[in-house]
Design a protein around this ligand. Structure first.
Ligand SMILES: [Zn+2]
Length: 170
């Protein structure tokens, strides 16, 4: 299971997590699915999501409107969603797991105050992490295993992000 993240989706994940820090961001992933592999072309934040510090849920009505809109796009599909875990690790909560369905990909974005600079790189567990000006950010992806129907981590691939580092302040 792999999730390929475009440059646009990478920025979408980061900006939405940073914007509402220390609350949770929430949004939708648009792109394509090929079997158990996914390509996220865009990560679109949902403005009306009710944000709390440890859970998030889009308001039902506006969420349904956005989902319907995306489901009718001819070239892109709704492949999953994302939310941030401010000052929490990437692991899925029981509520996160309960909302999962097959053939979708779910991204969690850990965000916390930066302790020291870290260039963006892949980690052993398939996650991708690095720092920005003020934050440490780790991106993880999960899907339901088709056999066990339990959550499984996917490898997050984002060539654009690798080696990315924020400019030093002169
Ligand atoms: Zn969560």
């Amino acid at each position: 299971m792999q999730l390929f993240v475009s440059e646009s989706a990478f920025w979408g994940l980061l900006v939405s997590a940073i914007e509402v820090y220390k609350k949770e961001s929430y949004g939708l992933l648009l792109g394509h699915r090929d079997g158990q592999n996914f390509f996220a072309a865009h990560a679109v934040a949902c403005q009306s999501a009710e944000r709390h510090s440890n859970w998030v849920k889009a308001r039902e009505k506006s969420y349904a409107r956005v989902v319907n809109f995306f489901q009718r796009l001819p070239t892109l599909s709704l492949i999953g969603d994302f939310h941030s875990h401010p000052e929490h690790e990437i692991a899925l909560s029981p509520e996160d797991v309960a909302s999962m369905v097959r053939n979708r990909v779910y991204v969690t974005v850990e965000i916390k105050d930066k302790a020291k600079d870290k260039y963006w790189s892949y980690n052993e567990d398939g996650t991708l992490s690095g720092t920005t000006d003020n934050w440490f950010i780790k991106i993880a992806a999960f899907g339901l295993d088709p056999k066990t129907r339990k959550p499984r981590m996917a490898d997050v691939l984002c060539p654009f992000a690798i080696g990315f580092n924020i400019k030093d302040r002169a």
